[in-house]
Design a protein around this ligand. Structure first.
Ligand SMILES: CCCCCCCCCCCCCC(=O)SCCNC(=O)CCNC(=O)[C@H](O)C(C)(C)COP(=O)(O)OP(=O)(O)OC[C@H]1O[C@@H](n2cnc3c(N)ncnc32)[C@H](O)[C@@H]1OP(=O)(O)O
Length: 216
């Protein structure tokens, strides 16, 4: 399915609207203490609502019609995608050479009680480090991600992430990043160093050939 002209902005807005509804559902479903009967009724209604969406789906190697891979539009990215049920979503922008990210994590991201799961922090950092290396002009895939957890990351608290490239060594790009709360940007909660590797043409073709061949 492809849409252009006025159809594409409308479709993207609709996907983001559905994503927002799904995130509300995930938050409520994770936090709920509703009666058991209400939970059973909700499960049935949700299955009914989901069914028509499954009538036409894309295959593994098909890009979403609303996405623009080369333009960086990925509505279902699990970290930044506004159409994703799982994404916080993290919003990233640039301030000079530094990537800045903001998000707030709800119950679904809980690890230790009332704090974020450590893997979620690593996921957020991988994404923003990847963004920093991409916009620096040296896109690559993560080959190593080292995370240091200095203090627990609180749920329901606006967070601030940073990332910047620190070294480019041939095909290897190193970037570092941090997570703090928005209110206390000097109090480090998590830090990470990521190593990214620019793909050789043969590697890009082997890994992404089926996707590139079908998109656009
Ligand atoms: C406006 C637009 C915005 C867009 C935003 C987009 C944001 C996107 C954000 C996305 C964010 C999410 C991102 C994700 O989630 S990416 C998903 C997670 N990552 C992966 O799945 C990658 C899996 N790895 C591989 O497939 C291979 O390792 C690849 C193909 C990458 C390299 O193949 P290979 O392994 O055969 O290597 P090579 O022979 O080519 O050599 C490569 C060079 O690298 C060195 N090396 C290798 N491993 C390591 C290591 N661990 N530490 C240090 N160095 C390492 C190696 O020694 C060599 O160096 P040198 O000997 O040449 O000096």
């Amino acid at each position: 399915m492809s849409e252009n002209g006025n159809g594409l902005p409308r479709r993207r807005a609709a996907i983001s609207d559905l994503g927002e509804a799904l995130r509300l559902l995930v938050e409520h479903a994770t936090a709920t203490e509703a009666p058991t009967e209400e939970i059973l009724r909700a499960a049935e209604r949700i299955r009914q609502a989901a069914a028509p969406l499954g009538d036409r789906v894309r295959g593994r190697f098909d890009t979403a019609s609303a996405d623009d891979l080369l333009g960086g539009v990925r509505l279902y990215n699990p970290v930044t995608g506004t159409g994703s049920a799982f994404a916080p979503p993290l919003k990233i922008h640039r301030e000079g050479d530094v990537a800045i990210g903001v998000c707030t994590l709800g119950r679904a991201f809980e690890g230790p009680p009332s704090f974020a799961h450590g893997g979620v922090s690593a996921m957020l950092l991988d994404q923003i480090l990847g963004y920093a290396v991409t916009v620096s002009g040296h896109p690559g895939m993560t080959v190593q991600l080292d995370t240091g957890y200095r203090a627990p990351v609180p749920l329901y608290t606006p967070l601030r992430l940073t990332a910047s490239v620190t070294a480019v060594d041939g095909r290897r790009i190193t970037a570092t990043g941090t997570i703090t709360t928005a209110d206390e940007p000097t109090m480090l909660l998590v830090e990470a160093t990521g190593v990214f590797v620019a793909l050789r043409a043969e590697q890009a073709q082997r890994l992404f050939g089926p996707v590139i061949g079908r998109s656009g």
